[in-house]
Design a protein around this ligand. Structure first.
Ligand SMILES: [Zn+2]
Length: 99
């Protein structure tokens, strides 16, 4: 499995994903159909990422990294998830970069 590559460039965290990982991530960003309360902020962050994925590389302003990582967390209805999903891997990669 390929890890997303995240580097700091010019005040942004720049995410590069192989095509297959990009497709996997895009699919995983679909809203969970459950009735659990959804955060508007995380829904907006996921939609932003989805839009950004269509025009790679994705550039995340450094102050948005935390919010994006929150948005990459799984819906609570899913319970414990394996730690190797594309969302986990991207969140981990974003957590390693330092402004
Ligand atoms: Zn859910």
């Amino acid at each position: 499995m390929t890890a997303p590559a995240v580097v700091i460039e010019g005040g942004y965290a720049v995410i590069r994903l192989p095509g297959a990982a990009r497709d996997e991530l895009a699919a995983s960003l679909a809203p969970c159909p459950c009735v659990a309360a959804k955060s508007t902020a995380t829904a907006e962050a996921r939609q932003w990422l989805l839009d950004a994925l269509s025009d790679p590389p994705v550039r995340v302003p450094l102050h948005e990294i935390h919010g994006l990582r929150v948005a990459l967390a799984d819906c609570p209805c899913r319970g414990p998830q394996p730690g190797n999903t594309i969302r986990h891997r991207l969140s981990a990669a974003l957590g390693k970069v330092r402004a």
